[in-house]
Design a protein around this ligand. Sequence first.
Ligand SMILES: Cc1cc2nc3c(=O)[nH]c(=O)nc-3n(C[C@H](O)[C@H](O)[C@H](O)COP(=O)(O)O)c2cc1C
Length: 170
Amino acid sequence: MIVYASKSGNTKQLADALEKEMLVRSIPTAEISEEEIASCQSFLIGYWVNQGNCDEETKKLLTKLHGKQIFLFGTLGAKDSGNYYDAVKQRVEALLGDNELIGHYLCQGKIRPEVIERYRVMAKQKPDDEHLQMQLENYEAGITHPDQNDIQLLLEAYRCMKSKLHAPKR
Ligand SMILES: Cc1cc2nc3c(=O)[nH]c(=O)nc-3n(C[C@H](O)[C@H](O)[C@H](O)COP(=O)(O)O)c2cc1C
């Protein structure tokens, strides 16, 4: 089963790609029922990064899952540099409890245009602030993401873990 939390559409783009690949309908995390949770053994869970961790809806869902197989996928504003992606992944994986992690994919997503505009104004006001400059460049570079390459890498990660999936219960 594919579920996703997405405020501005980036993570939904990834869920849509998985939906096409698997021919399984994806549903918003907030809409999943207790029956669906009980009857399903494997979950592909999409989240967006909020303050270095997964969003609140995803956190809530994870507390309800026990003994399940979980493939995580998410989007965030930062680009993949340094160890930030690993740190985010570790924080989210720490919430898995007794579930089995079978894969985890993270990629950059675009930031809302009004936020970028705010950063442009701030960068003009503080031209010597290197950190601000870096963030602005990062956000501007993110405008095209998730792109075809991000989607391709997601599908590769999915195909790699596919053989680990338990067969559905009959
Ligand atoms: C309230 C809020 C907090 C965020 N916190 C982070 C963060 O800590 N690190 C980061 O890289 N991006 C952060 N972002 C950017 C989002 O993770 C990014 O835009 C993501 O792709 C949104 O996914 P969505 O379009 O599926 O909602 C934040 C965005 C919002 C609105």
